[in-house]
Ligand binder design. Structure first.
Ligand SMILES: [Zn+2]
Length: 114
């Protein structure tokens, strides 16, 4: 039997509700600030590693990025445009890495600046 789950994800950079009440969350972008988010793994290091691959930032060290993003204060996250957060589900959650790049932005450059 499949138990339906209701998943919700809020943008850690601007506070907007990205998705709510869905069965599962797919990578995408914040409807308010445009930050892209990738990951969706059960642990933060796994989510960062998956996100780096999705952003084309394989050259970066996932352990370094994970460590750096958790050291950011909320104000620092907003300033540099990178934040990690977990979604909310009925009985578990997954981690997502948000990167805000602007119109011509390069997520690799943003992540490499951490
Ligand atoms: Zn946002």
């Amino acid at each position: 039997m499949v138990v339906p789950v209701s998943a919700r994800l809020d943008c850690p950079l601007c506070g907007a509700v990205v998705v709510d009440g869905v069965d599962d969350i797919a990578p995408g972008a914040c409807p308010q600030c445009g930050a892209r988010y990738e990951g969706g793994e059960g642990s933060a290091p796994d989510a960062v590693a998956a996100a780096l691959t999705a952003f084309g930032a394989d050259a970066l060290d996932p352990a370094h990025v994970t460590d750096a993003v958790f050291r950011l204060s909320p104000a620092e996250s907003t300033a540099c445009g990178v934040a990690i957060t977990s979604d909310a589900r009925d009985d578990f959650y997954r981690w997502w890495l948000f990167v805000r790049t602007g119109p011509d932005g390069d997520p690799v450059a943003v992540l490499a600046s951490l």
